[in-house]
Design a protein. Structure first.
Length: 102
């Protein structure tokens, strides 16, 4: 949460990830692509242990065309799983045109 390509009325206060089984979340990165490749410091630090529900508070986010979230986790068999999603917010926000997520 937010969902992929979700358009929100206001900036989210947190990012929430929910998995079907326990995982070790090892990466959670927020980027605003027009600001370059450096991620925004959201305070995520790897914490030993597993879970199915993760919530990461976000700093106050400035207006931008969209934000990009990348995550990675290890499942119970130590398989790396990863994903990404986009979101936008604000009065002029709109869904992105089709984008390939690697």
């Amino acid at each position: 949460m937010p969902d992929n390509d979700e358009v929100l009325a206001v900036a989210p206060e947190s990012v929430m990830l929910h998995f079907q089984s326990n995982v070790r979340l090892v990466k959670l990165v927020l980027k605003e692509p027009s600001q370059g490749k450096e991620p925004i410091d959201i305070g995520f630090r790897y914490r030993d242990g597993t879970g199915v529900h993760f919530v990461q508070p976000l700093p106050v986010l400035p207006d931008a065309d969209y934000y990009f979230v990348e995550w990675a986790a290890f499942d119970a068999n130590s398989n790396l799983i990863k994903g990404a999603f986009y979101f936008s917010f604000g009065e002029n926000a709109r869904p992105l045109p089709f984008i390939w997520i690697k």
